[in-house]
Ligand binder design. Structure first.
Ligand SMILES: C[S@@+](CC[C@H](N)C(=O)[O-])C[C@H]1O[C@@H](n2cnc3c(N)ncnc32)[C@H](O)[C@@H]1O
Length: 434
């Protein structure tokens, strides 16, 4: 704990708080900042005393009520104070409004094709099976230039698929958009000596996917003879010092392999320019629905993730998971992205739906339409959310889900189960961050 506290004073803790006890944790929420802190039972007991007493008096009362040793009490006090201070859980922090959507530069996600050279068992879009469309990339690069001009800024662009390297014009497209921040999502099978130089010159990072670490587990999902090609791609990326984002989707039949072998795999790579993204939230559509709907993720997947993240931190592999606090999120992010699908439709977020425009539309008009969509569906306009303690944290839930479940983006489909999941997410975030 770095900050020094005057024990004769009272902490200026948020006046209005909402408590939720889940298993061994108590979540204390300050709804309007919004901010929250997670305590175990003893920590919460001391926190409660700190709300109305000076730090010293709270400590004395705590010891007399718990009969713990002085040393134990001081350690618990240190833990509580450092948790509070680390996230500024104070009254005087003013809630900060989320930026106006007009000031947020939209991120761009492009599915250049829904064709694929693999048939991954979990693929949410059944890439290469249901459709094999290829986007007109000349048109897309014109759109991107217009968007750049509109914001007078570089853009954050993800180029994905299907398998994007199957697109015959992919390399010239990457050259066209290279002045932006470009991340290529690929399975790596087609990375070779003739395209690695262009990838290196045009992409800021390459996200490459794996679901299993050992060859036989990897190939169970991605198919025969894929592992060696994946490893060749990793070598090409390393040789060119390209930033690698290893996207690891944890599946019921690969999770044990990931748990046992991920860290030694990364140590074996001995490459610093790498980041790991662990994903265990399976989108249940396409092949995933066909192949994994019956199987349950093993129950302690979250604990495995927390342990792995800790180990990743220890070996110096970056993983960004900090939750944002003291910002009032009014929306789920709808309208903050421009998502091009392979068929030429343009969506306001990654969840594809009825809300889309067409690639032939004027892109500035599309931007304005997405801005309006965001403003109109603000949680300030959602009736069921206005008095909820979580409204600025869950921001009213996914608007597309609202639309699917209730027929309107501003009619919440929230249930007790959904709320409980939100609370559990706060605990998960806390466990990851500590
Ligand atoms: C659809 S792929 C497209 C890019 C490229 N072909 C690849 O394999 O990375 C993008 C990412 O989505 C992940 N993915 C596929 N199906 C998924 C699902 N049902 N749920 C969650 N992630 C999934 C893949 O593992 C991969 O990391």
């Amino acid at each position: 704990m770095e900050k020094e506290f005057d024990v004769q004073t009272k902490l200026n803790l948020p006046k209005e708080v909402y408590l939720k006890k889940i298993e061994k944790y108590t979540i204390v929420i300050s709804p309007n900042k919004p901010n929250w802190v997670v305590f175990d039972d003893l920590e919460y007991k001391l926190f409660d005393l700190l709300r109305i007493n000076t730090i010293l008096n709270a400590l004395v009362l705590f010891q007399s009520e718990t009969f713990l040793t002085e040393e134990n009490c001081i350690n618990i006090l240190k833990s509580v104070l450092s948790k509070i201070d680390a996230i500024s859980f104070y009254e005087e922090i003013e809630g900060c409004e989320e930026d106006d959507i007009k000031d947020i530069i939209k991120t761009i996600h492009i599915t250049v094709t829904d064709d694929c050279n693999l048939r991954c068992l979990h693929c949410y879009m059944s890439a290469g099976i249901v459709s094999k469309k290829y986007l007109n990339l000349t048109l897309v690069s014109e759109k991107i230039k217009r968007i750049q001009q509109y914001y007078n800024s570089k853009l954050d662009i993800v180029v994905s698929g299907g398998e994007p390297l199957l697109h015959p014009e992919i390399l010239s497209f990457l050259k066209e958009i290279k002045e932006n921040q470009v991340t290529l999502f690929t399975n790596g099978m087609l990375i070779n000596s003739s395209n690695i130089n262009v990838i290196s010159e045009t992409c800021d990072a390459v996200q490459i996917s794996m679901e299993g670490i050992s060859k036989h587990v990897f190939e169970k999902i991605r198919g025969k003879n894929t592992y060696d090609k994946f490893m060749d791609a990793i070598v090409y990326l390393k040789e060119n010092n390209i930033r690698i984002i290893l996207a690891i989707t944890m599946l019921p039949n690969t999770i044990e392999d990931i748990k046992s072998n991920l860290i030694s795999f990364l140590e074996g790579l001995s490459y610093k320019n790498i980041e790991v993204r662990l994903n265990y939230e399976l989108e249940m559509t396409g092949n995933a629905l066909k192949n994994f709907a019956e199987e349950k993720h093993i129950v302690n997947v979250e604990n495995i993730v927390v342990d792995l993240l800790q180990e990743l931190k220890e070996i110096g592999v970056i993983y960004n998971s900090k939750s944002e606090r003291n910002i009032r999120f009014n929306n789920c992010g709808i309208g903050a992205s421009i998502v091009f699908d392979a068929k030429g439709k343009i969506y306001p977020c990654n969840k594809l739906s009825d809300y889309h425009r067409d690639i032939s539309d004027d892109i500035i008009d599309v931007i304005k339409y997405f801005d309006d969509l965001n403003n109109n569906s603000s949680c300030r306009n959602i009736q069921g959310c206005q008095s909820c303690e979580l409204k600025y944290i869950c921001a009213g839930g996914c608007r597309i889900d609202n639309y699917i479940n209730t027929g309107s983006m501003i009619k919440t489909g929230c249930t007790q189960e959904f709320k409980l999941d939100q609370y559990k997410k706060l605990i998960k975030d806390y466990l990851r961050e500590n």
